[in-house]
Design a protein around this ligand. Sequence first.
Ligand code: AQP
Length: 338
Amino acid sequence: MSEQTAEVKKQRIFSGIQPTGIFTLGNYIGAIRNWNALQDEYECIYCIVNQHAITVMQEPAELRANTMRAYALMLACGIDPQRSVAFVQSHNPNHAELSWVLSCSTMFGELNRMTQFKDKSAKHADNINAGLFTYPVLMAADILAYNADLVPIGADQKQHLELARNIAVRFNQRFGDTFTVPDCYIPKQGARLMSLQDPTRKMSKSDENANGCVYILDDKDTILRKFRRAVTDSGCEVCWGEGKDGINNLMSIYSAVTGRTNEEIEAEFKGKGYGDFKSAVGEAVADHLAPVREEYARLSADKAYLMQCMETGAEQARRITRRVLSKVYRKVGFLELK
Ligand code: AQP
């Protein structure tokens, strides 16, 4: 088999991340670190989803800066624009166009069941806009526009992917085979990281309490301080258990950055207190993130290179989706211009 044929056979992956702030350790461990590892085995398409970001209020200048920063961060985390398609969502208008067609194949009741809509509308009660409600349709369009086979996501996004699958199946049934029905790819080491200040809530980059989040550009002292202040419980033994959300979360983090199992961690800290454990987690996380910080500093000094990568990525993305979108337009009966 020729090399070219072998490449064509690679499965396609799509995933995205919002430019709503500096990525957290949760985004890194739950998503981007895995994106990086998939680049050799799959044809990967990675997107900074700035159109999703405006479902909550954004300051325009800040969104622009955050988009540039998120793109640089994505590359600093190891996404290689030579091997993967790396682009910004609004640079490919086909996502929004497809989203409209798909929204006419999505039921109101389906969207009404999305837990993230409920969470986000509670959090942003002054701005419950239609985009927040239809966000999962745009996410379905992001994925289906590329006929992605697999979508690597954190466990918190499973419900949205399920909806994307249902939309694809429904469309295919009505109009004939059009979309690949994507599968969820939740990596083995894809723990859902929780806030260090409230371990019952997920670590989120837009969290108002910065102490609950470790940002991937935090310096070592900041990381150590945040872990020292992490909320735990009144016990003192480092072991996984019911009602020990804080310690369980710290163990997941330590395991994700060192590769050690819970049993190994329990043995390592036997007879030592929570203080020693928190310091060790902080040290391990700071060491793990140091190369990303260094690479980010290097890349963000070269805006021309970043812009050039963005442009190439957008063109590659548009080339793929243009064909899918025109097939969809034909199927639903939109009159074509010659
Ligand atoms: N705490 C987390 N643990 C594991 N994975 C996580 N992800 C997010 N938080 C965690 C995964 O990161 C990817 C990109 O997420 P996103 O930016 O598109 O949106 P999100 O899930 O809403 O992430 P945030 O950080 O919580 O953003 P804001 O604060 O803006 O809402 C996804 O694959 C997600 O699963």
